[in-house]
Design a protein around this ligand. Structure first.
Ligand SMILES: NC(=O)C1=CN([C@@H]2O[C@H](COP(=O)(O)OP(=O)(O)OC[C@H]3O[C@@H](n4cnc5c(N)ncnc54)[C@H](O)[C@@H]3O)[C@@H](O)[C@H]2O)C=CC1
Ligand SMILES: O=C(CO)COP(=O)(O)O
Length: 325
């Protein structure tokens, strides 16, 4: 099968490697031609996935037409803020699969990536992929599982078959909103968990924060169209565990750095996207407009965007009005 992957960062490259190991021909698109050329020459994406060799089936390209031509589906793995512009530059595509874990706030609305895809390509079929999938582990062939959700059961099954293999187990789901929101919201909670790590608050505090964080994800996610059980599955609880615990997670590590005094400006010098920072801003804007209560997200927002002292912000969370669990 021919598949295209848009975005040659950590996750796009890992997905291309996974597909090629299962025998598929993969066009790996980077908007930066120098990166595509370097990948072609070295067969390694050293900046993102050191030590992982690109199988022969991966063909790095930097022209949109060459990337998507003949593709059974097109996986999108660029940061959320780049999706709209990237899709606007693509020729007609039959099916998009979002591997992006973010949301956008635009025109007074909160938009999931699949909704941005539908707007950009009204005729295309759409699916979303999420789960506890740290790119480097997946690319190194360590076992992992994910969920692919679509209203189009045939597309979900096609993606499941294409990506699934001896080291990657893929489940399907009809719950597009739940799978997308699980993947996006857990990044905010991973930032909070990283702050708890940086402040050395201990494991009890971190467990309490994550449990309440999951509750916040469920409350918000179900109000926005997701099913409760999805948030207790791979894209919610599963990804929350991986992201909030792993030293590989950029969101968790960023939270730790904030707790130790780093600012947003320090973070912006980094090469890789910290998607939770942007999701926090989008959720904050939405909460300001809708009045929806998101206490942990607001706490993260205050540290990241207002520079408030993380210890004080977390203490204030503890002092909220007592209530039943
Ligand atoms: N790295 C990981 O372990 C995983 C990441 N994801 C998600 O995948 C998405 C992409 O993440 P990564 O590959 O890790 O990011 P990354 O930072 O490693 O790479 C992103 C790639 O997109 C390119 N890019 C950056 N801004 C762009 C823009 N405005 N337009 C087009 N291209 C742009 C970069 O040059 C880079 O090649 C994020 O939403 C992330 O949450 C999902 C699962 C695992
Ligand atoms: O989504 C991820 C793991 O499933 C990747 O997390 P980070 O973006 O925090 O590295």
């Amino acid at each position: 099968m021919n598949v295209a992957v848009l975005g040659a960062g950590g996750w796009g490259t890992a997905l291309a490697v996974l597909l090629a190991r299962s025998g598929h021909r993969v066009a790996l698109w980077s908007r930066r031609c120098e990166l595509a050329e370097a990948l072609l020459a070295t067969r390694e994406n050293a900046a993102y996935l050191p030590g992982v060799r690109l199988p022969e089936g991966v063909r790095p390209v930097c022209t949109a037409e060459r990337a998507v031509e003949g593709a059974a589906f097109v996986l999108v793995a660029v940061p959320a803020k780049g999706v709209r512009a990237v899709l606007a530059g693509m020729p007609p595509v039959g099916a998009y699969v979002s591997a992006v874990k973010g949301v956008r706030f635009a025109e007074g609305r909160l938009l999931r990536i699949s909704q941005i895809m539908r707007r950009a390509a009204p005729g295309a079929r759409v699916a979303v992929l999420s789960g506890p999938n740290l790119a480097l582990e997946v690319a190194r062939g360590l076992p992992a599982a994910a969920v692919v959700a679509s209203e189009d059961a045939d597309l979900a099954a096609q993606v499941q078959r294409a990506l699934g293999g001896p080291t990657f187990r893929v489940y399907t789901s009809p719950d597009v909103a739940g799978v997308e929101l699980g993947g996006a919201l857990k990044n905010v909670m991973a930032l909070a968990a990283g702050m708890a790590d940086g402040l050395e608050l201990g494991d009890n505090a971190k467990a309490a924060l994550l449990t309440r964080g999951l509750r916040e994800m469920v409350r918000f996610g179900t109000a926005h169209g997701g099913a409760v059980e999805t948030f207790y599955g791979l894209s919610g609880l599963g990804d929350l565990m991986a992201t909030a615990m792993s030293p590989l997670s950029r969101n968790r590590s960023a939270g730790e750095r904030f707790a130790r005094g780093a600012t947003l400006a320090d973070l912006e010098t980094g090469r890789q996207v910290v998607e939770g920072v942007h999701t926090t801003a989008a959720l904050h804007e939405w909460a300001a407009r809708s009045g929806e209560e998101l206490p942990i997200t607001e706490a993260v927002w205050r540290v990241v965007y207002r520079g408030d002292d993380p210890r004080r912000v977390l203490e204030e969370l503890m002092r909220r009005e007592p209530k039943p669990e």
